[in-house]
Design a protein around this ligand. Structure first.
Ligand code: SF4
Length: 104
């Protein structure tokens, strides 16, 4: 078995979250239960547009990768993070409390 390096979540909200372009839009960045593939594609397309104009994209992407986050962060979906070598370690949404940029 290969060990996965996951950093502990920060004890304080990272500074860059104050500048997140997704604040107040968690429904665009996290899937509802049972979301179908076509709906996911549409939702993630809209989220990606917001990310590409966000001033903290790189900080967000690095955070999501090192924290193995679920959802759409830093212009990347969970699948894209996994393909980059940063697969989420939590398979079921809702088991872990998240401090998200989108929740503001
Ligand atoms: S998910 Fe990250 S990059 Fe995208 S808008 Fe939110 S803070 Fe910015």
């Amino acid at each position: 078995m290969t060990a996965i390096d996951v950093q502990s979540p920060p004890s304080v909200r990272p500074w860059w979250m104050e500048n997140a372009g997704c604040q107040g839009k968690p429904r665009l960045f996290f899937p509802p239960p049972g979301e179908r593939p076509a709906a996911r594609d549409r939702r993630e397309t809209r989220a990606r547009k917001i990310c590409l104009e966000c001033n903290v994209l790189l900080q967000c992407q690095d955070y999501a990768r090192t924290q193995r986050e679920l959802g759409f962060w830093g212009g990347e979906s969970e699948i894209e993070r996994a393909e980059a070598g940063f697969a989420p370690t939590t398979p079921v949404i809702g088991l872990r409390r998240h401090r998200t940029a989108a929740n503001g």
